[in-house]
Unconditional design. Structure first.
Length: 110
């Protein structure tokens, strides 16, 4: 039986996880926090355009940029949060469409 993938997480260092759990994404964020990677991208594979993804990167001051795109450049939003845990909550909220993820911070169109 062929498994249908829904998400793929990729780090700058090349680590790739198909259908990552929230815990797996946290471990990938730890790699960003430790400096082994500078960013993390989570793709929704059902979108053949490649334009539906969430991503995060760490700023030099320890804050994180979190962005998501919902299918097209005019649906690209971002925010800056204070720490890795908050970035993880937002990116996993987006990835798994958890209740309240979108309203827990202010998003700016990019």
């Amino acid at each position: 039986m062929q498994r249908h993938l829904t998400l793929r997480a990729i780090s700058e260092s090349g680590d790739t996880i198909d259908d990552p759990s929230e815990d797996a994404l946290f471990l990938m964020f730890e790699g960003v926090e430790a400096g082994r990677s500078s960013f993390l991208i989570v793709d929704r594979l059902a979108d053949s355009s490649g334009q539906t993804y969430g991503q995060s990167s760490r700023n030099p001051d320890g804050s994180y940029v979190v962005e998501y795109r919902d299918g097209s450049p005019d649906q690209h939003y971002g925010t800056v949060v204070a720490d890795m845990r908050t970035a993880h909550l937002l990116l996993t909220g987006w990835a798994f469409d958890l209740p309240g993820w979108h309203t827990s911070t202010r998003w700016e169109r990019i």
